[in-house]
Design a protein around this ligand. Sequence first.
Ligand code: TYD
Length: 212
Amino acid sequence: MTRANEPGWLVVLEGIDGAGKSTVIRRMLAYLAEAGRECVTSFEPTRGPWGMKLRQSMIEGRLSLEEELELFLKDRAEHVENLILPALRQGKVVILDRYYISTAAYQGARGVSPEWVLMTNEQFAPKPDLVLLLDFDPAGGLDRIRARGDAPNTFEQLEQLREVRRIFLSLDRPFIRTIDASQEPEAVWNACKVELERLFPGGTLAAGKSAL
Ligand code: TYD
């Protein structure tokens, strides 16, 4: 069976803030580079015009659900066109910090149907090969955000986050793997590594090296 993103791979980290996505991405980059795989990493919202508008709204006050949805879709369409698809076509492993699964969960928590969000995005955005959903109790997540000296933004109020988590866990897509992110960072990484290794033919990442 051919993979949808061949010759590249699309790996996405998802979960509420404070679950440790950036740490896993750092470890993943080092691990894949060691195995001889070329990687590109990126994030959403991007720093493009639509993404910056969204980031501004996190500080200044949220937009309406309709405006938010429209901006996330525009931001993603640009991201797909300018970065994601070109890198996949070059056979790279694209690692994203958030993707349309976040839209299903966060904007879903504001009232739009999560399944509608998934289907709408899947009309233009390539489906991931793997989504690592770092699952974590939001009460703990907020503590971690505060511990690193950041104030939780307006997207991240506790009740809202509980709903976001519930939706993340309810999403029905075969490429989503839930990882218990309340474990020690080493255990979280090991669980992610197991899923990552399954993606590659023969189960060995080192194949990237011999193919060069
Ligand atoms: P975040 O990953 O926290 O950005 P950064 O760490 O660079 O500041 O994302 C910002 C917020 O955007 C986060 O609270 C989740 C929210 N978000 C959505 O509501 N919908 C989406 O589709 C995406 C990608 C993010």
